[in-house]
Design a protein around this ligand. Structure first.
Ligand SMILES: C[S@@+](CC[C@H](N)C(=O)[O-])C[C@H]1O[C@@H](n2cnc3c(N)ncnc32)[C@H](O)[C@@H]1O
Length: 220
């Protein structure tokens, strides 16, 4: 991603941070919750969320790791950080949540720092050629055998045609990438190419558009 693209992404998410839940959350929360369930987080684990948005998953992750675990988050947007900070404070779990604002990639964390990395509706925002770099960074910060959870807009199954909405969405992404910034991806293919073993794979639809819910495990 070029620096001007990153600036546009940052200002876009800063602008929508206070209305994001109204725009997106009613559709996305079911998929996000499926993704967190598939990750089966245990008490005491150290978890990173990339693209934490308005912080709903941060709260669920912090509850799952309990008092002995910790949750880290990185997001490009200061606006999203403010909204998330309010949410985790109100949920009473701010003491185990550490939030950063930074552009991924790279990830501003040490090698093998995390048991789990989670991303929902974020991997598909990166240009296709940047996704392998993002996944290599995730491999670097995961402990051997660590889990990566991805919830993302997906390509239709082989033989299935794009729905009208999917076609419109793709067209909008192609022509107005800063209005519709995400694109359906073969997330499982990207994870496999990056050396992850797919250990859980589910799919669902949001308004006729396919969504993948995946867990990939890093080599032990
Ligand atoms: C579509 S929202 C999804 C938010 C949240 N994960 C959810 O499921 O509701 C994508 C999030 O990724 C963040 N983001 C976009 N590009 C990023 C980048 N290059 N580095 C870090 N965060 C980024 C945005 O600010 C936004 O909060």
């Amino acid at each position: 991603m070029s620096t001007s693209d990153e600036k546009l992404t940052k200002s876009f998410y800063d602008r929508i941070s206070h209305s994001y839940d109204l725009l997106a959350d009613s559709n996305e929360h079911v998929a996000r919750e499926k993704g967190l369930k598939a990750l089966a987080i245990s008490a005491g684990e150290t978890v990173l969320e990339i693209g934490y948005g308005t912080g709903h998953s941060l709260v669920s992750l912090a509850e799952a790791v309990g008092e002995t675990g910790s949750v880290y988050g990185v997001d490009i947007s200061d606006g999203m950080k403010k909204v998330s900070e309010k949410r985790v404070t109100e949920a009473g779990i701010a003491d185990r949540v550490n939030l950063s604002v930074a552009i991924t990639p790279p990830l501003p964390f040490d090698d093998q720092a995390f048991d789990v990395v989670s991303m929902s509706f974020t991997l598909e925002l990166f240009p296709l050629e940047t996704i392998p770099t993002v996944l290599q960074e995730i491999r670097r910060v995961l402990k051997p055998g660590g889990r990566l959870g991805v919830v993302s807009m997906a390509l239709p199954k082989e033989g299935d045609k794009d729905s009208f909405l999917e076609k419109t969405y793709k067209w909008m992404h192609q022509h107005f990438p800063h209005i519709v910034d995400c694109q359906p991806i073969d997330a499982a293919g990207f994870l496999k190419d990056a050396g992850f073993t797919i250990t859980a794979e589910n799919s669902m639809d949001i308004w006729t558009m396919p969504v993948a819910v995946l867990v990939g495990t890093s080599p032990a």
